[in-house]
Design a protein. Structure first.
Length: 119
């Protein structure tokens, strides 16, 4: 990571961690709340967009992150963001819930480790 791009890349990684934390907090309300509350679904979807956008920007300012942080699944994060933002009509609630409850906590753990190493 270049010295010039490091602060920006680290800031985007922190944004990813913050978005993951928000998603994890929202999912603690449970699946029934997710299914029954459009505002809760919207909040999770928004944070998925933030997560993906921050991932894209982190790689844009420092492409070496992709190889130096292989535990972060960069491409699926970006694809999920694109699906939510550009193909909202085809967004499957089950996939969103699985992403929010399984993939995001795993990503959060990877980000914690990555930020500890890079900071």
């Amino acid at each position: 990571m270049s010295e010039k791009s490091r602060p920006t890349a680290l800031a985007r990684l922190r944004h990813m961690a913050e978005a993951a934390d928000a998603i994890i907090a929202y999912t603690k309300r449970g699946r029934e709340a997710f299914d029954g509350d459009a505002a809760l679904r919207d909040a999770i979807l928004y944070q998925i967009v933030v997560l993906g956008e921050a991932a894209k920007e982190a790689l844009a300012v420092d492409p070496s992150l992709e190889s130096s942080l292989p535990e972060v699944e960069w491409s699926p994060i970006a694809r999920m963001r694109d699906r939510v933002a550009h193909h909202y009509w085809a967004t499957d609630r089950e996939i969103v819930w699985q992403t929010a409850t399984i993939a995001v906590p795993e990503l959060r753990a990877a980000l914690t480790a990555a930020l500890a190493r890079l900071s």
